[in-house]
Design a protein around this ligand. Structure first.
Ligand code: SAH
Ligand code: SF4
Ligand code: F3S
Length: 448
């Protein structure tokens, strides 16, 4: 006998770029779930392929076109297959994508994901569907509610979209639009829902997350620090993190929260981009090296063990060797537990694109020198964890039998040889040794 219920359609999503894209991909999968899609781990058996793209550097954007080219065979074998491009490349180059790659059926910008079910239906009907508007309504209000499925112990939660800072090198204000904060109550409802489903650590996301100012229940604005204190009250939520912060929006109350809120983890990603005031000014960063260093002093006074993380760009237009040396000096002075460094990439439409560029070979050389210094510091700081006691949130089994892996308070990967531990356990440990990319530890108390 034949089964009359329709086969679910299969959706393959590939995500590039920042954590906000990871969060958005989850929301898109849920929205398309209402159209009868289930996720698959491979493009080969998919009925719809969605690339959630990043436009931050040239290489990231070009990846999309080479990836799309690879789907040619799949589409020829299965004409019903729909291919969509979402994310920041979709926003920046929507119509060009359709022109350059006729395989693409659907293009959707980051602020229009709630319209995805409708776009999918249009694409199914044979139309080329494109939506790169910045609608007034909040996409997250209109996205489908999640199914009550169990979740991994850590989750991202976007609290703010867009950016108003307009750093001279950056596409985000153009691809994500103006800064908008979600109302506090919606975030708290979502957080409670996540916790009910097994989440114990939430990372609040925004391109300038510390400038968060969402509507509070009484009509007034809630700040990020207040939101963190609201989250602190949720039973079962054990850890709170937030990323990414801008130095200019690190308020006193947020710094203080790092000293007084036990659930707020001792890790802060605070990009500075460069160590020369001349370059910072040209980058339109609106802070100086000195104000950044003084800020870190205050943060460390509130939470002495905090692990600092940062982002750097080398080879920004007109960066001299002396400017670059100042960046090395700054890195040395701060001592980053983690730092991410990038070679400047010219982005069309941004102010810096028009300026005299640093020769590529020089920028490459600077990147190598900066990365060598950063790697040394990262290793030194990771090694300094040996002998210390902290907590680890268990995420998954390790490579070896009986071994589990999780993240420390400071976000280092930690291995523990203990077959009794399970995913989601929060366990007190002592760090035993430091390896190439992770720490090893022993449990020193019961997991909870
Ligand atoms: N909103 C965050 C991060 C934005 S994008 C912040 O302000 O810190 C992440 C990182 O990518 C940036 O911190 C920056 O270091 C890097 N980046 C952004 N635009 C870039 C460009 N045009 N070339 C190279 N790196 C870039
Ligand atoms: Fe880009 Fe600057 Fe906004 Fe960060 S603060 S997203 S680097 S414009
Ligand atoms: Fe990339 Fe867009 Fe995030 S450009 S870094 S995916 S906001």
């Amino acid at each position: 006998m034949s089964d009359s219920s329709p086969q679910p359609k299969k959706l393959f999503i590939k995500t590039y770029g920042c954590q906000m894209n990871v969060y958005d991909s989850e929301r898109m999968a849920e929205a398309l779930g209402t159209q009868g899609y289930v996720e698959t781990g491979s493009p080969d058996d998919a009925d719809m392929i969605l690339l959630n793209t990043c436009h931050i550097r040239e290489k990231a954007a070009e990846k999309v076109y080479s990836e799309l080219g690879r789907f040619k065979g799949l589409k020829a074998a299965k004409p019903d297959l729909k291919i969509g491009v979402a994310g920041c490349v979709a926003q920046a180059e929507g119509e060009e994508i359709m022109r350059r790659q006729p395989l693409v059926d659907l293009v959707v910008g980051p602020q229009s994901y709630h319209r995805l079910p409708d776009l999918e239906a249009r694409a199914r009907g044979g139309e080329k569907a494109l939506d790169t508007e910045f609608p007034e309504e909040d996409k997250f209000n209109h996205l489908a509610r999640r199914p009550k499925a169990k979740r991994a112990p850590t989750a991202f939660l976007t609290v703010q979209e867009g950016c108003d800072k307009f750093c001279a090198f950056c596409v985000v204000p153009y691809t994500r639009g103006a800064e908008v904060s979600r109302p506090a109550e919606r975030i708290l409802t979502e957080a409670r829902d996540l916790v009910e489903r097994g989440v114990r650590e939430i990372t609040l996301l925004g391109q300038n997350v510390n400038a968060y100012h969402g509507a509070g229940p009484d009509g007034g604005d809630r700040t990020l620090a207040q939101l963190i204190w609201d989250l602190d009250k949720i039973d079962g939520l054990e850890r709170i993190r937030f990323t990414t912060s801008h130095p200019n929006d690190m308020t006193d109350e947020l710094i203080e929260a790092h000293g007084t809120c036990a659930k707020l983890m001792p890790y802060l990603h605070l990009p500075v981009q460069a160590g020369s005031d001349r370059i910072l000014k040209r980058m339109n960063r609106s802070h100086t090296v000195d104000s950044y260093l003084r800020l870190i002093e205050r943060i460390r006074a509130a939470r002495p063990d905090i692990l600092m993380s940062g982002d750097f760009i080398v080879g920004f237009p007109e960066e001299t060797e002396a400017d670059f040396q100042a960046t090395l000096d700054l890195v040395q002075e701060v001592g980053y537990g983690y730092a991410y460094s990038f070679k400047y990439s010219t982005r069309p439409g941004t102010p810096a694109a028009e300026r005299p560029q640093v020769p590529a070979a020089e920028a490459d050389d600077r990147l190598q020198r900066l990365q060598a210094l950063i790697t040394r510091d990262q290793r030194r700081i990771q090694d300094s964890m040996v002998g210390r006691e902290m907590s680890v949130l268990i995420e998954k089994p390790g490579r070896r039998d009986g071994q589990m892996v999780g993240k420390s308070d400071y976000l280092h990967a930690v291995h523990i040889e203990n077959a009794d531990l399970k995913q989601g356990d929060l366990v007190p440990v002592r760090i035993l040794s430091s390896g190439a990319n992770s720490l090893a530890a022993e449990a020193i108390g019961p997991a909870r």
